[in-house]
Design a protein around this ligand. Structure first.
Ligand code: ATP
Length: 586
């Protein structure tokens, strides 16, 4: 399956703003009530605002010309009251909408993070970490900025325009039409330019993601960069993505900023039309000065938000482009689905590969028609040249991937019918480069192990003694309390492998896969590790992938893996011969 987010032609990117908004609102169901309350407050606040010009016009026509100062004072008091109520409502809605934005940000970041944990390894193979981080941080923040800062102005602006538009047309239809005509031109202008605004902003976000990926790559490889003195190389690469980002940001900026001056110009033309036509109507006796002042205010209420909307529209497009990039992740489904369980075959081997074919996404086939069985309680070794397909075979045993054809059976049942919990409780996997996270050895060892999660250090030590793991633990000065700092650094690769080994053994799996798990361990420790393996319960099956042939001497059966084909090597001597022959040929 294609999981590459930057090569996907998503339907989200092709849908209209309305559809994207609806999709977003469907996603934030828990915020509907809060948004509805904000909307209600906004309607009241706008209704108050829109009546202000009326009160002003009325006061001018009825009290200013008659010089009735008590009337002027009375209506000024009414206006002050309206302003104060509006102040309270504005504060309330700003507060609420800010909270909605923050909650949305929290919810979306959580949702993306949870989704990332559900997605298969193929997804992470095909996407750069930096780009994913940029989506979780920057793109969600673009949405937050719009929702917590611009949404009130955006919705308030639209309401103000609708209200003012109705008043403008109902007071004097012809004058109303003349006032609104430039707005129709603006609407057309915005419609024509919107796809370009969206495209350029999406390109800018994509290049920000690319830049973030570049930073992440150079930061995580800083040791290699320093060791090979390749700072220039990475500086050049960074300079290139930075230039690209600068170019896309400039291009987005040009189109984003074209709206404000055009919108301002149109609103000025509209005011001119109101003034000229309004004075003409007054001279004909069809209009009053008070009404013209009200009318000018309504025109302002219509065009001022338009000017703001020019900026807010850009923010909205950016938020929607961010939402597209986020929903791209949220819509992904793992292709490692759990199938309905089929009845297991009696006396089936623990693992059975049946005509398995496999290839990584978009690349050639790696495993070709592979069939073999692994019985309970036996030790198997996978040997063969580099790139032959050993890790790939082990990955299929652990269902990190699914075969493209054929079947992998676990205890006679399709491995795809096991839930992830059931499967991982049966299969322990020690990777070539185990990952540890910041915390103590104890925390790392009981990670994902429901049985020992609540054990105290003493209780856990006692269990480790039963497994014979205490000899390995003794290699760490502070035992279980030893701190692992900043994930994977500050600890040797061999030590990491030991911790991963202890973690896997304590899970008491039916099948333990060790992929080059002893490659960085000295021979004395390796013997201790071997002793632990020997002490494992009789039913535990071991699959050992190793280049050091002494580690596989005790295997019950050896498989030779080369060019994606697996053959039984028979004896250890036979396996040695096959390896030597391969070396001579290559
Ligand atoms: N994530 C991946 N995406 C695409 N191709 C991959 C990936 N991982 C491995 N391959 C390819 O699959 C083939 C088999 O690789 P695999 O890691 O299974 O070999 P191996 O026998 O374990 O090698 P080694 O002894 O070096 O660990 C190689 O050609 C490799 O380039």
């Amino acid at each position: 399956m294609n999981y590459n987010l930057n090569s996907q032609d998503t339907t989200a990117q092709q849908s209209t703003s309305g559809k994207r908004l609806l999709k977003l609102f469907a996603y934030i169901k828990t915020e509907h009530r809060a948004l509805l309350t904000v909307f209600g407050i906004m309607v009241i606040s706008q209704a108050l605002t829109i009546t202000v010009p009326f009160v002003v016009g009325y006061t001018i026509d009825h009290y200013v010309f008659t010089k009735d100062f008590s009337g002027i004072l009375k209506w000024s008091g009414v206006l002050l009251g309206m302003f104060l109520v509006n102040l309270l409502f504005s504060y309330w809605q700003t507060l609420m909408v800010g909270q909605v934005g923050q909650r949305m940000l929290y919810m979306l970041r959580n949702a993306v993070f949870v989704k990332l944990q559900e997605l298969p390894i193929a997804f992470f193979n095909q996407n750069k970490t930096g780009d994913l981080i940029s989506r979780i941080n920057n793109d969600t923040d673009k949405m937050n900025q719009f929702f917590s800062q611009s949404l009130v102005q955006f919705a308030g602006g639209i309401m103000s325009m609708i209200g003012a538009g109705i008043f403008l047309l109902s007071i004097n239809f012809k004058l109303g039409l003349a006032t609104l005509a430039p707005a129709i031109l603006l609407l057309l202008f915005t419609r024509v330019l919107s796809p370009l605004v969206k495209k350029r902003n999406a390109a800018n976000m994509k290049s920000t993601g690319g830049m973030s990926a570049e930073i992440q790559e150079s930061l995580s490889n800083f040791k290699v960069i320093i060791a090979f003195n390749r700072r220039d190389y990475f500086r050049k690469r960074f300079d290139q993505v930075n230039k690209e980002n600068y170019a896309t940001a400039t291009s987005a900026g040009i189109i984003n900023n074209v709206f404000t001056p055009v919108f301002s110009f149109c609103s000025q033309v509209a005011l001119l039309a109101v003034l000229a036509y309004g004075i003409h109507l007054i001279s004909l006796g069809e209009f009053t000065v008070g009404l013209l002042i009200s009318y000018l205010s309504f025109a302002m209420y219509f065009y001022n938000p338009i000017r703001q909307l020019a900026i807010l529209w850009t923010n909205f497009q950016m938020a929607m482009a961010g939402w597209d990039r986020i929903s791209q992740i949220l819509e992904l489904e793992s292709d490692l689905k759990v199938l309905p369980a089929s009845p297991a075959k009696e006396s089936a081997p623990l693992i059975s590969f049946q005509h398995v074919h496999f290839g990584y996404a978009d690349s050639k086939e790696i495993l070709h028609d592979v069939s073999f069985n692994m019985e309970q309680g036996k030790t198997y070794a996978l040997v063969g040249p580099t790139g032959g397909g050993k890790t790939t075979t082990a990955s299929l045993i652990a269902r990190l991937y699914d075969p493209t054809a054929g079947q992998v059976l676990l205890n006679g049942r399709d491995i795809r019918s096991y839930s992830p919990e059931e499967r991982t409780s049966k299969i322990g996997f020690i990777l070539q480069e185990p990952f540890l996270f910041s915390g103590t050895i104890q925390e790392n060892i009981v990670y994902g192990n429901p049985v020992y999660a609540g054990y105290t250090a003493e209780q856990l030590e006692a269990v480790m003694e039963e497994y014979g793991l205490n000899t390995l633990l003794a290699r760490f000065e502070d035992g279980l309390a030893t701190n692992i700092v900043s994930g994977n650094d500050g600890i040797s690769l061999g030590q990491k492998q030991l911790i991963a080994f202890m973690r896997a053994v304590l899970r008491n799996p039916d099948l333990l896969v060790l992929d080059e798990a002893t490659a960085n361990i000295d021979t004395v420790t390796e013997q201790q590790l071997e002793a632990v393996l020997q002490k494992l319960p009789a039913h535990t099956t071991r699959v050992i992938i190793a280049h050091r042939l002494n580690t596989i001497e005790n295997a019950d059966e050896i498989f030779f893996v080369n060019h994606g084909e697996i053959t039984r090597a028979g004896s250890f001597g036979h396996a040695m011969n096959m390896l030597l022959q391969h070396e001579r040929r290559s």
